[in-house]
Design a protein around this ligand. Structure first.
Ligand SMILES: Nc1ncnc2c1ncn2[C@@H]1O[C@H](COP(=O)(O)OP(=O)(O)O)[C@@H](O)[C@H]1O
Ligand SMILES: [Mg+2]
Length: 311
């Protein structure tokens, strides 16, 4: 198979995918997103790489899009989809995954558990939704934040409302969320590929921070999920139609709760899921992509391209 990785340059992950694909006997090319361009016209669409046409040069496109390039990345990915090229994740699902609030709305429809969350615009409504969500301490987070930045724990209600209103005012939309105190500083990262959770690790903050993100110094270790937790994790990825996902889960007194679903999740690094669990995540992604392409060609996987899949 000819595989193209549409990448914004997660160097280590890209390298591992190249290794895994080459080992499995496939041809693989790294396509730097910013070197891609396209033309859209009624009779024929085209995609170019460094000026050269690549519209149908690949059997499979695997998107690896960094959050800061989402908009351009999605436009190029949509063009591949429009030209009927098989992609492992659709632009629609990636866009959903980038928006914490939209994501939760899809989870809600499928009755997947997550902490109660509020969203409002006007000052009066902010007071109201804070009451709905519960008592302080409360978590306030940027809808499009990542790596733990833009996630705040506030234990004074006036201060919380003030922070909420200020961030909103500066065009940084935020949600307010019930703080799950019993799981503070601890969460589970579950790496989903297709219908499987290929690896799971527990992350624990090392300095008393309530956020467990590895990017903030969290420590990871291999972990097993209960059957109920597995169901919740797989249901979450499916609810937004994301095939390759980093699903974050916390263990609350009332059972597992989804915190977020990450698009193009990292898997390298000292505290990364491959090193920590010893599982070849890159090989699992390549395997999934190759099988997915075969199903797609048989017409069985056609839904993979359907933007309405996450319904
Ligand atoms: N409602 C919550 N209750 C308890 N801990 C939370 C809650 N929301 C987030 N956290 C902690 O903060 C971390 C970062 O939050 P998250 O929503 O995943 O933002 P980011 O996208 O920046 O990683 C989580 O991994 C978790 O450890
Ligand atoms: Mg997170």
């Amino acid at each position: 198979m000819k595989i193209g990785i549409l990448t914004t340059g997660q160097v280590d992950e890209d390298k591992r995918l190249v290794e895994a694909a080459t080992q499995a006997g496939h041809e693989i090319t790294l396509l730097k997103l910013m070197k891609c361009s396209m033309s859209v016209c009624p009779d024929e669409g085209q995609i170019f790489y460094d000026g050269e046409e690549i519209s149908h040069s690949f059997d499979i496109i695997i998107p690896r899009l960094n959050v800061s390039y989402t908009s351009y990345g999605l436009a190029i990915l949509r063009q591949f989809q429009a030209l009927d090229v098989y992609v492992t994740d659709t632009a629609y699902s990636i866009e959903l995954g980038r928006d914490k609030l939209r994501c939760l709305q899809y989870l809600m429809r499928k009755e997947i558990p997550f902490p109660t969350t509020g969203y409002a615009d006007s000052k009066d409504d902010i007071e109201n939704i804070f009451k709905t969500v519960g008592d302080v301490p409360l978590v306030i987070k940027l809808i499009e934040g990542t790596e733990g930045t833009g996630v705040f724990l506030v234990d004074d209600v006036k201060q919380a409302e003030n922070l909420y209103a200020t961030l909103n005012q500066f065009d940084a939309p935020v949600i307010v969320q019930k703080f799950i105190a019993e799981s503070a500083g601890e969460d589970l990262r579950c790496f989903v590929v297709g219908d499987e959770i290929v690896a799971t690790m527990k992350r624990e903050s090392q300095d008393g921070d309530f956020r467990a993100n590895v990017s903030l110094g969290g420590h990871s270790s291999s972990e097993e999920l209960s059957e109920q937790e597995q169901k919740v994790v797989l249901g979450a990825a499916k609810a937004i139609g994301l095939n390759i996902a980093g699903v974050d889960l916390i263990r609350s007194n009332e059972g597992p709760l989804i915190i977020e679903i990450n698009v193009s999740p990292d898997f390298c690094g000292e505290q990364g899921i491959e090193v920590v669990t010893g599982i070849d995540v890159a090989a699992a992604i390549i395997d999934y992509a190759v099988n997915g392409k075969k199903l797609y060609d048989q017409g069985k996987g056609i839904w993979l391209q359907d933007d309405k899949k996450a319904s």
